[in-house]
Design a binder for this molecule. Structure first.
Ligand SMILES: Cc1cc2nc3c(=O)[nH]c(=O)nc-3n(C[C@H](O)[C@H](O)[C@H](O)COP(=O)(O)O)c2cc1C
Length: 191
């Protein structure tokens, strides 16, 4: 699969087979991630891997609780309340593995670098027959001091991209895209 095929085949996968992802495969995905470009080649990232079902279930429970608390202050999250309140809803969709890409420095450029690493990782997952999904709903919890302490994430690291990976149960249909808004800047304007 070439890179354009991977770009078009990637989907947010929310239904996984209960099949572990081998350490060597996870390592290959992270290797793809670190080949992303980064400002001044600082490579300001660190990868935390959770591939234990009990730990992931516990993380889901904590992340949902943190979001429910946040929903009190943020009306835009109110619609999520029923889902978050359901004990059967796993925020990580019962995926076998979660890779949390953390920025190791506080600057904005490091956030961009981590996002590029995340996209590389998701495309590599597609190329290897795996599904992936960025779980932004877990970020509120991941960025608490308590979560960082529980997961062994240093306090000065910033969790940026929590990405679940695993073997898809079924291939999701493609979501839609708006047509690209392309505006050509006329050369005449510069003469
Ligand atoms: C920053 C970011 C956060 C996301 N957070 C979630 C999430 O918490 N839960 C979820 O199910 N999908 C999440 N997604 C997946 C998007 O919903 C998905 O990428 C989008 O609907 C487009 O679908 P596609 O990825 O299949 O093309 C997130 C995606 C991004 C880029």
């Amino acid at each position: 699969m070439d890179v354009l095929e991977a770009i078009h085949a990637r989907r947010a996968v929310r239904d996984y087979r209960q099949e572990p992802v081998a350490d060597s495969v996870l390592a290959a995905l992270i290797d793809a991630a670190i080949w992303a470009p980064s400002g001044i080649n600082l490579q300001p990232w660190c990868f935390f891997v959770i591939d234990d079902a009990a730990t992931l279930a516990s993380c889901s429970t904590r992340a949902k609780a943190a979001l429910q608390d946040a929903a009190t202050d943020h009306p835009e999250l109110a619609g999520l309340r029923p889902m978050l309140a359901s004990p059967s809803f796993n925020i990580f969709y019962n995926a076998p593995a979660l890779i949390i890409i953390c920025a190791t420095t506080a600057d904005e450029m490091a956030l961009k670098d981590c996002c590029l690493a995340a996209q590389n990782l998701m495309l590599a997952a597609t190329a290897k027959g795996l599904g992936s999904c960025w779980i932004g709903l877990s970020e509120t919890w991941l960025n608490t001091d308590q979560a960082k302490a529980d997961l062994g994430i240093p306090g000065d690291f910033k969790p940026v991209a929590p990405i679940i990976v695993g073997y898809p149960n079924r291939a999701p249909a493609a979501s839609s895209r708006r047509e690209a808004d392309i505006r050509h800047v006329g050369r005449a304007a510069w003469s």
